[in-house]
Design a protein around this ligand. Structure first.
Ligand code: UD1
Length: 359
């Protein structure tokens, strides 16, 4: 009989990571999938289950959006009940969302072994929700799967002494596996949005630091409307609410700005890959710009993915309008691209380690 593991997912980036991991893990483990319901819109959740033919979650907690402390408490309660029923030998959590933290607390309080996938990313910004979630998870997990060598050092510096592995980024696995599909899909997607290859900016905004500040989100929208370039802007639900409540819709009326609902994974990769520049505050899109050898302008005051900045592919612009415009006008292709985020075999490496530890 295969050992039983529980994987906890709940937010968009976790569905994407599960798409890379789940089929591999199921070779040796009986995987029980718990969806917390943190993301619930069709194009924030179900779309990825269809796109990647992800197994239907064994449990769906349907928690939804609410004040984060209450949301996390509801998730802990739901996960706790399932862990008691399922009695898994191990639990996997990924990244840094509220679902990650809830999974961590429920697991350690039941004295079950815990793996943290994507450990060792730090912003050192203490009031950032993701920083709180990942720090607490990393220090409590038993097995730490890091995407880079630097992340391993970060985990060591947090006082964790053993079971730290540099496996690469599972998101790179998906890109490698789907390279041909992305290439074939590019002309179709460009035609759909009426843009030329290398002729537009790809913009995403969703971090609380930007969406919760009228000043910050307005400055971002103002600068992108002043570039004179076409902009493709898939709008996250929280960003949509912020634009509406702050009465900033006029920026979206600019004929150069093409807005869409949140996109499926393949369209996103195709649009990043064919863009001229990527402007984002998302950690996932930061890496995807790097994977596709595209210059990224990061709309945060720092990044967890410092290697991509050191190589020159990404630039931390924050909301500095002059720096954004200067980077767009004077950017030069860096001399090197070291694939510092892995080779696309992270899921197999994680499987090997879990087999050694648990089988
Ligand atoms: C969460 C993660 C973030 C991750 C992001 C990916 C936390 C603290 N943050 O941020 O690390 O990068 O997911 O998208 O967990 N909403 C909807 N429909 C949905 C989901 C959200 O309308 O399906 C709206 C709700 O108003 C909600 C808001 O978006 O309150 C924020 O959602 P939430 O899951 O709290 O955070 P994200 O910004 O999505």
């Amino acid at each position: 009989m295969k050992p039983k593991i529980v994987t906890i997912i709940g937010a968009r980036p976790q569905f994407i990571k599960a798409a890379a991991l789940s089929p591999i893990l199921r070779k040796s483990f009986d995987e029980i999938l718990i969806h917390t319901g943190q993301h619930y819109d069709l194009n924030m959740s179900e779309i990825f289950f269809e796109e990647f033919k992800l197994p239907t979650p064994n449990y769906h907690l349907g928690v939804g959006s609410m004040k984060s402390t209450i949301q996390i408490a509801e998730m802990i309660k739901g996960i706790d009940e399932i862990l008691i029923i399922e009695q898994p030998s191990h639990v996997l959590v990924m990244g840094d969302t509220n679902s990650t933290l809830a999974g961590t607390i429920a697991t350690i309080k039941n004295n079950i072994g815990l793996s943290h996938i994507e450990a060792g990313l730090r912003s050192y910004v203490k009031n950032m929700p993701e920083e709180q979630n990942r720090v607490l998870t990393t220090v409590m997990a038993d097995l730490l799967f890091c995407p880079t060598k630097k992340a391993v050092d970060v985990v060591r510096n947090m006082g964790v002494k053993e079971n730290i592995y540099n496996v690469g980024d599972v998101m790179m696995d998906l890109i490698k596996k789907n390279e041909n599909r992305i290439t074939t899909n590019i002309p179709i997607t460009l035609k759909k949005y009426g843009v030329e290859n290398n002729g537009y900016l790809f913009l995403t905004i969703h971090r609380a630091v930007n969406t919760d500040s009228k000043n910050r989100i307005e400055r971002i929208l103002r600068v992108v409307s002043n570039t004179g370039m076409k902009v493709i802007f898939p709008i996250h639900p929280r960003t949509k609410k912020s634009i509406e409540s702050n009465k900033l819709n006029r920026y979206l009326e600019n004929e150069n700005i093409i807005t869409t609902n949140p996109l499926d994974w393949l369209s996103t990769q195709s649009l990043i890959s064919a863009s001229k520049f990527v402007l984002t505050d998302s950690g996932g899109v930061t890496r995807e710009a790097y994977f596709h050898h595209k210059p990224g302008l990061l709309l945060n005051s720092q990044t967890e993915w410092t290697e991509t900045v050191e190589e020159g592919w990404n630039t931390v612009c924050d909301i500095n309008e002059d720096l954004i415009l200067k980077t767009l006008s004077s950017w030069a292709t860096p001399a090197t691209h070291t694939n510092c985020l892995g080779n696309g075999d992270a899921a197999s490496k994680i499987l090997n380690i879990l087999e050694n530890k648990l089988c």
